[in-house]
Design a binder for this molecule. Structure first.
Ligand SMILES: Cc1cc2nc3c(=O)[nH]c(=O)nc-3n(C[C@H](O)[C@H](O)[C@H](O)COP(=O)(O)O)c2cc1C
Length: 238
């Protein structure tokens, strides 16, 4: 048993809370720089392999994401060059042809000119999955919206993406495939959901703006038009 005096000392040294304040200006601007200069990378991957300790730093960043009920529903399947990667690229190619045909006329021509994956040029691919059974059937916070586990996994992806930017590593999210194809190729159990296929590799240049904006597909919306106050559609200040 601690005396009162000892307990005070313990609280100060190793209590559950830590004193906090805003980051120093350089650290703060580094955080915003990572957020604002992060890009989805498809075509700029360098061949240089990623060191194992770097890969684990990125995975650890992902693993520090928030998750509903602290469920941590994610898994990360790492895929490098080889037959698995080839099959995934083939699954993408088939789905991408289907996707192209969903657009009409000029838009289809424009779609076909876009590069939408770097599966075979990135030295590392990561399949990020969500296991909805991870926290049992009743999960704190997921009681009224079962999609919260998937949203948690998306948070993990974003953490990895931002950490990668800071490390000089590009990440591209590929979602054009039938989930069933990826599950069959990787042997993912039925109940587990594929959230993201990520292409990961060093880059030495990035688009200044989203590639889709640069190539005229779609532009960034004005933030002011997206912010409401008190009620849906009630623009802030307008
Ligand atoms: C859920 C999700 C799925 C995406 N799927 C693809 C994809 O299949 N192919 C692709 O080229 N980019 C994909 N992207 C990247 C977006 O196109 C990209 O984030 C967007 O154009 C903005 O560009 P930026 O990330 O460089 O800022 C995806 C992004 C997200 C968040």
């Amino acid at each position: 048993m601690c005396s009162k005096g000892n307990k005070t000392m313990l609280d100060r040294k190793a209590g559950p809370m830590v004193r906090t304040q805003a980051f120093a200006p350089d650290d703060l601007s580094a955080v915003y720089r990572a957020i604002e200069t992060r890009r989805d990378v498809r075509g700029q991957f360098l061949e240089k392999p990623l060191p194992e300790d770097l890969i684990w730093r990125l995975l650890s960043a992902a693993h520090h994401a928030p998750s509903v009920g602290f469920m941590q529903p994610w898994n990360f399947t790492l895929v490098e060059a080889g037959p698995v990667r080839e099959k995934v690229w083939e699954a993408f190619s088939r789905a991408n042809e289907e996707a192209a045909q969903m657009f009409e006329g000029e838009k289809q021509t424009q779609y076909r000119a876009l590069k939408l994956e770097g599966i075979r040029t990135a030295p590392l691919n990561i399949c990020v999955t969500c296991d909805p059974t991870r926290g049992g059937t009743v999960v704190l916070g997921r009681t009224h919206n079962m999609r919260m586990d998937a949203y948690s996994t998306v948070c993990a992806v974003q953490n990895l993406w931002l950490a990668a930017r800071a490390e000089g590593v590009g990440v591209g999210w590929v979602s054009i495939f039938h989930e069933a194809d990826i599950k069959a190729i990787l042997g993912i159990p039925d109940h587990v959901e594929v959230i993201a296929w990520l292409c990961v590799g060093y880059v030495d240049e990035l688009y200044r703006e989203p590639e889709l904006a640069v190539k005229g597909w779609r532009q960034r919306l004005p933030l002011q038009d997206l912010v409401f106050r008190d009620a849906w559609g009630q623009l802030d200040g307008g």
